[in-house]
Design a protein around this ligand. Sequence first.
Ligand SMILES: *Cc1c(COP(=O)(O)O)cnc(C)c1O
Length: 411
Amino acid sequence: MKGLRGDAILASVKKPIYLDHHATTPLDPRVLEAVLPFLTERFGNAASRTHALGHAAAAAVEEARARVAALVGAEAEDIVFTSGATESDNLAIKGAAAAARGGRRHLVTDAAEHNAVLDPCRRLEKEGARLTLLPVDRFARVDPESVKAAIGSQTLLVSVLAANNEVGTIQPTAEIARACRERGVLFHTDATQAVGKIPFDARALGVDLASFSAHKIYGPKGVGALFVRKGVPLEAQIDGGGHEKDLRSGTLNVPGIVGFGAAAEICRVEMAAEGARIRSLRDRLERRLFEGLDFLTLNGHPTERLPGNLNVSIAYLEAEALMAAIEEIAVSSGAACTSARREPSHVLRATGIERDLAEGSIRFGIGRFNTAEEIDQAARRTIEQARRLRALSPLYEAAVQARKAGAPKPA
Ligand SMILES: *Cc1c(COP(=O)(O)O)cnc(C)c1O
């Protein structure tokens, strides 16, 4: 495995500080330990019911199912394993639409969703469904009253994510779920960022469908789950051997599922203490940045926010230039040009922030293995490089002069 291009890329960067945990998380070593036997001697197919290797694989899958269920407030039989949250979102939305057959054809979601929700909704719209895209407030929050107002006699499903992957804002999920239940409308939530980070109880919340992913909670990539409340009509999107109660065919990814189960169990046990620790690191980073930089604004909700999320906009600065200058610190941005699409992130645009501020946005995602030293170094480097880059900006200079003169900042 020598000579892969990735090796060369990493070798060119100083020891990286990973602060991009909304994108993915490193595998917890305890998860790796749980997975390894299923990549080697315990290789059985969980659908092979004719020998011990198959039975052992099936038993491991069921244990993992119970662990995932325990983390998300579900019963094991409500959990359908998939290849990740993208597939879960597709199964929930397209599967519900297909099961509604000639019935209700109206979908409700919001402008700050992940593309794994928006794109299936848009595809169904192309195919004739009606789609309502609710606005969000400047914190990327959906108003439950707007959900109520959008629901009509033809509404099939409402989908609002539990916590936002860019700005970390936590949605009023319980209220939205209640509004849907009272009106007899299905409610799906993409809980990929919430689960394992903040309490999430599918049954207590009263959601019908909820999506999860292992690689956002220190498990392996390529495995996820959909919670399907009993009795929710859903049509499979992948047909084949009838696995997962006919909802998702395909030989089960046993090592991935075992890893997901182990990751879920660790989160269930450690979430409260870990959340407090990560929140204090996040608050430390937030404090340092606001002390060290002027014209800095917080994106996302000031309090109703994931403990590891810090998304800020540094005015008069291009996030891309900053990220290039602090390349040993792995962060991300909602600015244009950092992703395949050339527009600033749709989430930031939905919050109504100015384009310049979107272009100066940096997302820090703090996680399980980060240390206070790493946070301090990230703060120091970010401040030092942001100041250096801004010193070259006439706009920044003008803003400083205007502030000195007591005038409002220039447009
Ligand atoms: C990461 C993420 C996804 C995609 O999950 P995959 O398992 O990578 O397909 C979907 N929704 C949200 C909110 C996410 O953060």
